[in-house]
Design a binder for this molecule. Structure first.
Ligand code: C5P
Length: 218
């Protein structure tokens, strides 16, 4: 039988990351944070001052990255960049890089390779639509803009990253708009995806809901 995949897609700060990790932990599945890959490309471009309109140069970075995920840490070479890739600046750079089709192509296999026994929980924007179209469960996780901004704000402050709430709201809105309007793999609910609005749910309630859906299909 095919290795089971649970695809969890949705806009910025919808809680995908935390929820996906807990679902994976509960089931003993692997976890793919696909956004981290785009963030690594974004960071590499920022560091080398690549212009995001220079598609060939951005793509070269996407092809060159050999990121590793070790115990929840993101490594680029030997450097731990787990914290640095979480800033909004890198998020914006990631979404600029993510618009380029050849960048998405360069990351395609890297993501598919994560599908290993006993199963995978994958979070991103196109997990259910492009990368794992045969996922046994597809969830589109959303929340109101206010809820998402508040969550992201709290998360960044806890990580010791300094931000302003109003700047955060506009950066998030801009990034979501870009992700939804791009021509290649835009952020849309995949066919057959279950839409889950987590605005009024706790993390645990959201996790339980997804595990319940998974029970029904597995
Ligand atoms: O999920 P996260 O905020 O880490 O993603 C950063 C950016 O990477 C997103 O705004 C989006 O542009 C891009 N991305 C994507 N496809 C994915 C995951 C992330 O285009 N599967």
């Amino acid at each position: 039988a095919a290795i089971p995949v649970i695809a969890i897609d949705g806009p910025t700060a919808s809680g995908k990351g935390t929820v996906a990790q807990r679902v994976a932990q509960t089931l003993g599945f692997h976890y793919l944070d696909s956004g981290a890959l785009y963030r690594i490309v974004g960071l590499a471009c920022l560091r080398s001052h690549v212009d995001f309109s220079d598609m060939a140069a951005v793509t070269a970075h996407a092809i060159a990255i050999a990121p590793r995920f070790v115990c929840g840490r993101v490594l680029l070479g030997d450097e731990d960049i787990s914290k640095e890739i979480r800033t909004e600046e890198v998020g914006t750079a990631a979404s600029l890089a993510a618009q380029i089709p050849s960048v998405r192509d360069a990351l395609f296999e890297l993501q598919r390779r994560e599908r290993r026994q006993p199963g995978l929980v994958a979070d991103g924007r196109d997990m259910g639509s492009v990368i794992f179209p045969d996922a046994c469960l597809k969830v589109f996780l959303t929340a109101s803009v206010e809820t998402r901004a508040r969550r992201r704000y709290k998360q960044l402050i806890e990580k010791g990253i300094d931000v302003k709430l109003d700047a955060l709201v506009s950066e998030m809105a801009e990034r979501d708009r870009r992700d939804m309007q791009r021509t290649h793999a835009p952020l849309v609910p995949a066919e057959g995806a279950k839409i889950l609005d987590s605005s009024c749910l706790t993390i645990q309630e959201t996790v339980v809901k997804i595990l319940h859906w998974y029970d029904q299909v597995s």
